[in-house]
Ligand binder design. Structure first.
Ligand code: F6P
Length: 366
């Protein structure tokens, strides 16, 4: 018996995706496991996420070569050590009300002979996977997003690498901030979740951390900075999440328009804060880390988790655990229904983790 697995990555790229694909292929094509599994696997990589499944014309050889790739151990051998996604990605919503492509995707999956589809995605891409599952597609999800805002899992691929990048970048800024006795406002990503700011700020010793889950008061930020200066601190780092906003204001948007899932692009709150600080006679510089924090090589942790998630996705296909997502729970790899992971976003529990008076992480024993 032969089983054909399709695999795609969709939504924002991040470190760890390639590791998941590498280990998915290594596990699926492990000859020693064939007798135990009672089936031999083939793995078909789909290029550019949902776009590949929409654009591919399975009956045409050139189209197949453009949008799909037969994956084997030789091809993916070195992928685990690279960031981003070798399969490419896109932010297309196949269920867009004005242009619903979901039936075409189902048709193409059948024509490609896919028995199961592994979707490496964040909340948006996995919600597409879930809707396709409800329409009959046998899907398994692997969680990835630097925002770590997916519920029902303690980890999403890419988060650790992004936190490491934030930490290293702030280390660099601390050097120049210290030399010049300046304040640096650093803006990181995260959409409506403050995890990147909170943990990046913890790791890099940011003086002030601003997160979307708690609206800040600008006067208090300035007061805290002035207090630090009075106390003799040469410099201060303010790390602000792109979705954080001053009390009474709307989130600041980077540019007009929305992505395929209706989200506005966030960005610019750091620049706004820096201008306000400058008005108070403090020397300040602003830096938005933007996509720097999504690139770079995966950390050891992301490679390991990519490995565990990739292998688990094949085990789930063997066990016919469809409509579910690989999940890390208290250090153990398990699986959860996609629906459960998508019910709500996982946001920072302010009471547990955030000092709302001093705008920093709450360091306490629970
Ligand atoms: O969801 C991941 C993320 O990096 C967010 O933190 C950020 O708001 C968004 O993607 C940026 O999207 P794009 O890569 O499309 O500009």
């Amino acid at each position: 018996m032969k089983t054909k697995i399709g695999v795609l990555s969709a939504g924002g790229d991040c470190a760890g995706i390639n590791s998941a694909i590498h280990w998915l292929v290594y596990s699926a094509l492990d000859k020693d496991l064939v007798p135990l599994r009672g089936t031999m696997f083939k793995v078909l990589g789909i290029m550019d996420g949902w776009k590949g499944l929409i654009e591919v014309k399975p009956e045409k050889k050139t189209s197949l070569a453009q949008w799909t790739i037969d994956l084997n151990m030789d091809i993916v051998r070195t992928w685990d050590r690279y960031g981003g996604t070798r399969l490419g990605t896109s932010r297309i919503n196949p269920f867009a009300p004005e242009d619903d492509k979901s039936d075409l995707i189902l048709e193409n999956c059948t024509k490609l002979g896919l028995d199961a589809l592994v979707v490496i995605g964040g909340p948006n891409s996995l919600s597409v996977a879930y809707q396709l599952y409800k329409k009959g597609l046998r899907v398994v999800g692997i969680p990835k997003t630097i925002d770590r805002d997916l519920d029902a899992t303690d980890y999403t691929l890419g988060f650790d690498s992004a936190v490491n990048t934030i930490t290293q970048d702030i280390d660099r800024l601390r050097i120049t901030a210290g030399s010049h006795s300046r304040i640096f406002v650093v803006e990181c990503m995260g959409r409506s979740a403050g995890w990147l700011a909170l943990e990046g700020g913890e790791a890099s010793g940011a003086a002030i951390i601003l997160i979307p889950e708690h609206d800040f008061v600008l006067e208090r930020v300035i007061e805290l900075l002035a207090m630090r200066r009075k106390d003799g601190d040469r410099y201060s780092i303010v790390l602000v999440s792109e979705g954080a906003k001053p009390r009474g204001m709307e989130p600041i948007l980077e540019r007009r328009g929305r992505d395929g899932f209706g989200h506005y692009y966030l960005g610019g709150v750091g620049g706004f804060i820096a201008e306000e600080i400058q008005k108070n006679d403090m020397e300040v510089r602003y830096m938005a880390l933007r996509h720097l924090q999504r690139g770079g090589v995966p950390t050891a942790y992301d490679r390991r988790m990519g490995r565990k998630f990739g292998v688990a996705s094949v085990d789930m296909i063997v066990g016919e655990d469809f409509g579910r997502m690989v999940s890390l729970k208290q250090g153990q790899v398990t699986s959860v229904p996609l629906k459960k992971a998508l019910d709500k976003l996982k946001l920072v529990d302010v009471e547990k983790f955030y000092d709302t008076k001093n705008y920093k992480t709450l360091d306490q024993i629970v």
